[in-house]
Design a protein around this ligand. Sequence first.
Ligand code: MRU
Length: 348
Amino acid sequence: MNIRTIDWKNNKIRIIDQTKLPLRLVYINIDRLEDLWQAIKIMQVRGAPALGAVAGLGMYLGIKDYVCSDWSKFSRKLNAVAKYIGSSRPTARNLFWGIERVLAVALANKEQPISKIKQIMLAEAKLIMHQDMVACRKIGAYGAKLLKDNSRVLTICNAGILASIDYGTALGVIYSAQAQGKNIKVFSSETRPLLQGARLSTWELHKQGIDVTLIADNTAAKLMRDGQIDMVITGADRIAANGDTANKIGTFNLAVLAKYHKIPFYVSAPRSTFDLKIKNKAGIKIEIRKPDEITSILFKKDVAPKKARVFNPVFDVTPHQLISGIITDKGIIRMPYSQNIRETLRKE
Ligand code: MRU
């Protein structure tokens, strides 16, 4: 399958509308910053690397038609756009990294005419997309070495093509192993409440010709105890300096279960997901989303009393002690994380 989740086409951001999957593959074009904000918020585009890419493009979208000729006015506008995009979702580090990268090139070129700065910003946003494609393939290549022919892998949420530009991190590892001729069996945890595992991972794995079995989230322990899982591989939204990793709610559960059953638990992420300014899990902001994501199945039919009190954190943090390794585009990082993360990320 040759699909691309995010692109810049005809002066617009082109994305796959992930809320329509798996029923329909629909592309939408975004040329207003408010529409991009909304697309991120309602998760038409989602997944940490994908958020980094659209945030970078969004920085350009937010200023491309802004008419002004002096840097200080332009810079105020840039900061306002950055703040606005950053207010969409809090947890994925990549979103802020994408914003910061494009802001930084604008600042570094502030002596240039504004029209030139705009072009430099667009080029940087396109470079982010290109680098994601390269980084995901490197993650795939490093991670595939961990898998043997006929390995059985459990994953959660969607850390695949749809969470990146065109390859993915956790699922990129599977695609890379498949390209090496290995037969990999994947169990995709449905990922309540928004069902990214069921709607997105199962869809794309199936399209890629991978043997995939969808399970309810509460099936993982039984599968592990029955000896059906050789490895857990997940994506990541933000990784602190000590290796504590935020990812989709339920990831921590899987890490605890994997530890109990002595099954390797791997996280996969590009450099842009690391947040070395944050020491440990205490510094990671977890997004809380609306109750109706839990009380009704994808907003259509009530499955709980209307007045039920709901707690809907959509990410959790897996403590680094439970992580066997972090598969990055620079190699696989192992314990002790505080030291090895810094050393590995320093590599060019
Ligand atoms: O709420 P989502 O769907 O944006 O959450 C996505 C995840 O948790 C992914 O596992 C993570 O972003 C890694 S994607 C390579």
